[in-house]
Design a protein around this ligand. Structure first.
Ligand SMILES: Cc1cc2nc3c(=O)[nH]c(=O)nc-3n(C[C@H](O)[C@H](O)[C@H](O)COP(=O)(O)OP(=O)(O)OC[C@H]3O[C@@H](n4cnc5c(N)ncnc54)[C@H](O)[C@@H]3O)c2cc1C
Length: 303
């Protein structure tokens, strides 16, 4: 109930304006967002890489409805890639296709994704396409394929809560794509996604095993300690060494678990979001854990 309500709010303008135009809103969001400017994000990248983490940077933004905004997002990502290279910083980038114009014109999103991949290739870097709501799954996969970038330049995320993902994993594995597996963060109807957490977790484990059994380097993205342990146990039982895959976790979530995994010799990539368009991302993080809402309310009343 609460999750659905928060996800509903994540798409509404009034609470967005209330929260984003208020210093308190920015302070609350800072738990999950590295800052509003690229400099803030780069500082975080430096700190994390010094600790031994890998990073992927996300310049927040989605559901763009003007070509000029999509253009600007494309240029921003190119500039981020240039800056990472100039400073010799170890970080990939993660992009949302609706930020690159997917909701406007698929051909535009393809052109932008290609331009970003070309820049990434020039710097020997890597671009990951985030997966958005199921309204965009098919188009996201089409754009990913149409971009036709080599697998060491471009990868994609798939969501274990969607019934279709098992088939998508199989098809993408056949063309050697690099996949980030996540549970899924959007509000989806039972016609397309498993409504029960138990089934989502079961599918996550099943798909993880398919990914690890392939020859390609994939990312298992979760904060679920049970699924992380199951992944490690499966890898050990099948002689898959820890450098053949990586775990990914979000900035600000389960930091001790992130450090513990590093200490165990695992590869750990932290997804670092930054930028002014943090509202929808922030609301999805609240929706994932009701306790986060209590934390927010406590701070609201203290202010
Ligand atoms: C690197 C990365 C990239 C992602 N990319 C995408 C994407 O492209 N598309 C997409 O739909 N989703 C994406 N997600 C989000 C994902 O789909 C889940 O919504 C999110 O990871 C929560 O699920 P979980 O696997 O951590 O498991 P859960 O069962 O939700 O959580 C397991 C435990 O983790 C902790 N936890 C989880 N979430 C939070 C939180 N918000 N605050 C505090 N503690 C928390 C809690 O202790 C919880 O018990 C991504 C997640 C990660 C880690």
């Amino acid at each position: 109930m609460l999750r659905s309500f928060l996800l509903y709010l994540s798409e509404r303008e009034t609470p967005k304006n209330l929260l984003t135009h208020h210093a308190l809103g920015r302070r609350l969001a800072s738990r999950f967002i590295a800052g509003e400017e690229l400099e803030d994000a780069l500082r975080t990248v430096r700190q994390l890489t010094a600790e031994g983490f890998e990073v992927t940077l996300d310049c927040l933004g989605e559901s763009v409805h003007e070509a000029a905004a999509a253009e600007e997002a494309c240029r921003t990502y190119q500039a981020i890639l240039d800056r990472l290279a100039a400073e010799n910083l170890r970080s990939h980038v993660s992009v949302k296709l609706t930020q690159l114009g997917l909701a406007l014109d698929e051909a535009l999103a393809i052109r932008h994704l290609q331009a970003i991949c070309e820049r990434a290739a020039r710097h020997h870097n890597f671009v990951r396409v985030d997966m958005e709501s199921s309204a965009y799954t098919e188009a996201t996969l089409r754009v990913f394929r149409a971009a036709n970038a080599p697998r060491d330049i471009l990868g994609i995320a798939l969501q274990a809560y969607l019934y279709r993902s098992e088939k998508d994993v199989e098809e993408l594995l056949r063309c050697g794509a690099r996949i980030r597996l996540v549970k899924g963060a959007y509000k989806e109807p039972p016609e397309v996604a498993f409504p029960r957490k138990r089934d989502v977790d079961g599918n996550f484990q099943k798909l993880t095993e398919k990914l690890l059994s392939s020859e390609v380097y994939h990312a298992i993205a979760t904060h679920d300690a049970r699924l992380i342990a199951a992944t490690q146990a499966f890898a050990k039982a099948h002689n898959i060494s820890p450098d053949r895959y990586e775990f990914q976790l979000l900035y600000g979530i389960r930091r001790q678990l992130q450090r513990d995994l590093l200490r165990q010799g695992m590869r750990v990539r932290v997804y670092v979001p930054y930028g002014r368009q943090w509202y929808a991302y922030f609301m999805r993080r609240l929706a994932e854990r009701p306790a986060n809402l209590l934390f927010l309310l406590r701070n609201l009343f203290r202010a």
